[in-house]
Ligand binder design. Structure first.
Ligand code: FO1
Length: 323
């Protein structure tokens, strides 16, 4: 069993790669701090991206939503002068309507997710990070913005000053997720190449997850979302620069120092291996870009092979944790 922490496109693709090579024996703990209510519906973008990708139904070009999508609802809404900055496809709407109906009937987000995944034929365990309400709020040069306002409506244009996760302190980690992280058959924990600041950080902000990672008895490896100083997809590098962080694999290693044992980086960053290893984190160099389905499986196999090697060598507890 492998547990991965994920959000966004990079997380979904890594989860799909790991599911392919492990015959579906993975649990994916997914960020839900991007969730919001829109047009009266409960939208869970990262859960949906992970779920659709694991089902093989993702829209590859967009990076979110479903393949073979049509947009009649959006066109009709536009005709009525409604809000169209956040685009909901006709097929995708069914997910949001069904999720909203079930939540209104008192079903938990975790159970709704289980139901939707089963209906779409997803074999991996897709776990909402919490049933509690956690929301990413960003402080920007244009003031405080809710996450989707910043990310989609404003296209990450305002300068990012800080990020907080409203409600995280009161939320509880999903018990099933904590159980997976402590399971005797757990082989490795993988932090997917998701945005560390707005996809992985909200998961770690929920009480219980950092403690669970600290108590682990298996290696924890992260895959860098930054290659050659640029984000593979999305605004991670821009965000890091605006937050005053080195937008490189070393910045990623510094961010996760004390939490991870190893970092998977791309060939383009081979020269930075010594700077990563000085932080007490082992580095593994490979082609770290997932260009297609084969690429996902290849990177997942490289990542798992690296974690297993750390486990075999028994040198996976970094100096930060050992001291
Ligand atoms: N991202 C966009 O850039 N534009 C959209 O109109 C948009 C709609 C959308 C609808 C459903 C859904 O599940 C995701 C959607 N996303 C959209 C993606 C998403 O909001 C972000 O990429 C994530 O929150 C960041 O991980």
């Amino acid at each position: 069993m492998i547990v991965t922490l994920a959000g966004g496109v990079g997380g979904a693709r890594m989860a799909a790669g790991l599911a392919t090579i492990s015959d579906g024996k993975i649990a994916v703990i997914v960020n839900t701090a991007d969730d919001f209510e829109h047009l009266g519906l409960a939208i869970s973008p990262d859960l949906d991206t992970v779920m659709y990708t694991l089902a093989g139904l993702e829209n590859v070009e967009q990076g979110w939503g479903l393949c073979d999508e049509t947009w009649s609802f959006m066109s009709a809404l536009e005709g009525l002068g409604g809000e169209t900055w956040f685009r909901l496809g006709d097929r995708d709407m069914a997910t949001h309507v069904e999720r909203s109906r079930m939540l209104a009937a008192g079903v938990s987000l975790a159970s709704v997710t289980r139901h939707l995944c089963a209906a779409l034929g997803v074999r991996a365990d897709v776990l909402a990070m919490s049933d509690g309400k956690v929301r990413t709020v960003v402080q920007t040069s244009d003031g405080e913005l809710a996450f989707q306002d910043y990310f989609v409506r404003r296209r990450c244009e305002p300068r990012l000053l800080s990020v907080r996760f409203a409600g995280a302190d009161r939320a509880q980690a999903l018990p099933e997720a904590l159980a997976r992280l402590a399971a005797p058959d757990l082989e490795a924990i993988v932090i997917a190449p998701s945005n560390p600041y707005v996809s992985v950080a909200p998961i770690l902000a929920v009480p219980g997850y950092v403690a669970a990672l600290d108590a682990r008895e298996v290696p924890c490896v992260a895959v860098s979302p930054i290659v050659g100083g640029k984000a593979i997809k999305g605004p991670a590098a821009k965000m890091m620069t605006e937050l005053g962080v080195d937008a490189s694999v070393v910045g990623i290693a510094q961010h996760y120092a004390g939490l991870i044992d190893g970092l998977v980086i791309d060939e383009a960053d081979r020269a930075l291996v010594p700077s990563i290893e000085r932080l007490g984190i082992r580095a593994h160099v490979c082609d770290a870009i997932m260009r297609d389905r084969e690429g996902r499986a290849r990177l997942a196999a490289e990542t798992l092979g690296f974690a297993r090697e750390l486990g075999r060598r028994g040198d996976w507890r970094g100096p930060c944790r050992a001291s």
